[in-house]
Design a protein around this ligand. Structure first.
Ligand code: GLV
Ligand code: MN
Ligand code: MN
Length: 411
């Protein structure tokens, strides 16, 4: 079985076929969760699952699970997501789903039957770009968020998640939380520069850093830009700028794995000659160390209070997501590492900077991930790129890892 290889061209063709559904300028994709484009992508993947004879179910938050019912016991699972950010690439998430299908197709064509069922999951709203938190579908899959709460989450453009699921025809009836798989492994692009910089082809991912997402709303006093003296202003945009700079400086001061991002700012009424009435901004703060992440959150909260007082504005903060750092299962990490070496590749142990569905599934079964290089470290960008050779080789590591997981007793 160690000589089995997936069809790299077929994997690439499918990645391109999925990317053809919602193309944007620059070669990327816009397939925000539960939009019409997401529905079209889902329909295509479901067709491919059915072509492989998988039994396809959709759960109450729209997670699609395709199972190849062979062997016995709980399945070895893989998968990822097909939703994208508004300026997404072709590979983030899509690779993990489509490589999973190629693993099954390869085994079927070779007449090889694994000891356990193989499942491929397409998890709802991994990106969190339209509905926060991120990794929402996999979080509900493992019981980390109630179905009712999830269905009630409001999109950045207004609608309720439950209503959007119904609208696109993916409000399924399989209950959540679902029965845990035997083990889970996700193939994903690195989305960062480290593998390329180290000239190492693959990552055996050891865990995922902690994520804190908050939305800060600042209310000031709207007034005329020409007549209002500077000393009398209550300008929310000044606070936006101060907070953004504070986050940037905090990340540099902490060093290590600390990162901070202000990715979304909305100003009202957003006009050249009006001191704004209100502004909202998102704060994305991450660290592999939970204590440092807590300390960063504390410092940021303190600074917001201080700057609000100084500028005479009022503030409110809403938590959009908060996940502690996750450590993957050493046995699964080592299986990934072993197969990468066995297939003749360079590989390194590394944590993930991005959030992934695997970090949620890790709550209920032995889990790890495989990373491929991302050219120039670019992701969440239409220019995101991984070479066809790396996509294929990554899928082959996935294939061998899943076969070994099926034979591994984790009890
Ligand atoms: C998901 O892509 C995240 O890490 O924001
Ligand atoms: Mn992803
Ligand atoms: Mn992403």
């Amino acid at each position: 079985m160690s000589t089995l290889r997936i069809d790299g061209q077929r994997l690439l063709d499918r990645i391109m076929a999925l990317a053809a559904i919602s193309p944007i300028e620059g070669g990327g994709n816009c397939r925000l969760a539960l939009t019409d484009e997401d529905k079209d992508g889902r329909d295509l993947v479901v067709t491919w699952m059915k072509d492989l004879g998988l039994s396809v179910s959709v759960d109450v938050v729209g997670n699609i699970i395709g199972v190849w019912n062979v062997g016995s016991g709980s399945p070895v699972m893989t998968g990822s997501h097909i939703d994208t950010v508004r300026t997404g690439g072709k590979y983030d998430g899509n690779l993990g789903v489509l490589a999973g299908l190629q693993v099954i197709e390869t085994l079927q064509q070779a007449g090889v039957t694994p000891q356990r069922p193989f499942a491929v999951g397409v998890f709802t709203d991994e990106e969190g770009a339209r509905f926060a938190p991120d990794m929402l579908g996999s979080l509900v899959f493992v019981g980390g968020l109630s179905v009712e709460e999830a269905l009630d989450i409001q999109a950045i453009d207004g609608p309720r998640l439950g209503d959007e699921l119904t609208r696109i025809g993916y409000a399924g009836n399989t209950p959540c939380p679902q029965t845990p798989p035997h083990a889970f492994v996700e193939l994903h692009i690195e989305q960062g520069p480290l593998l390329e910089a180290n000239d190492v082809r693959f990552g055996a991912v050891t865990g995922v850093q902690g994520i804190s997402w908050q939305e800060l709303t600042i209310t000031g006093q709207s007034n005329h830009a020409g007549t209002t003296p500077m000393r009398l202003r209550k300008d929310p945009v000044v606070v936006v700028a101060e907070v953004a700079k504070f986050l940037h400086d905090l990340a540099l001061r902490y060093g290590g794995n600390q990162v901070c991002t202000v990715g979304k700012i909305d100003v009202h009424p957003s006009l050249i000659n009006v001191v704004a009435a209100k502004a909202t901004m998102t704060l994305d703060v991450r660290n592999t160390d939970e204590q440092l992440l807590k300390q960063a959150e504390h410092e940021i909260a303190h600074f917001i209070t201080e700057i609000a007082q100084r500028e005479g504005v009022t503030t409110s903060v809403r938590t959009l997501a908060r996940f502690e750092p996750v450590q993957f299962d050493q046995r699964v990490i080592d299986i990934v590492h072993h197969h990468a070496i066995e297939l003749g590749h360079t590989v390194q142990y590394m944590p993930s900077g991005a959030g992934h569905d695997a970090q949620m599934i890790a709550r209920v079964c032995p889990t790890a991930m495989i990373f491929t290089q991302s050219k120039d470290g670019l992701s969440h960008n239409p220019a995101e790129y991984t070479s066809p050779e790396d996509l294929e080789a990554g899928a082959n590591i996935l294939l061998q890892t899943m076969l070994t997981l099926a034979e591994t007793d984790f009890s």
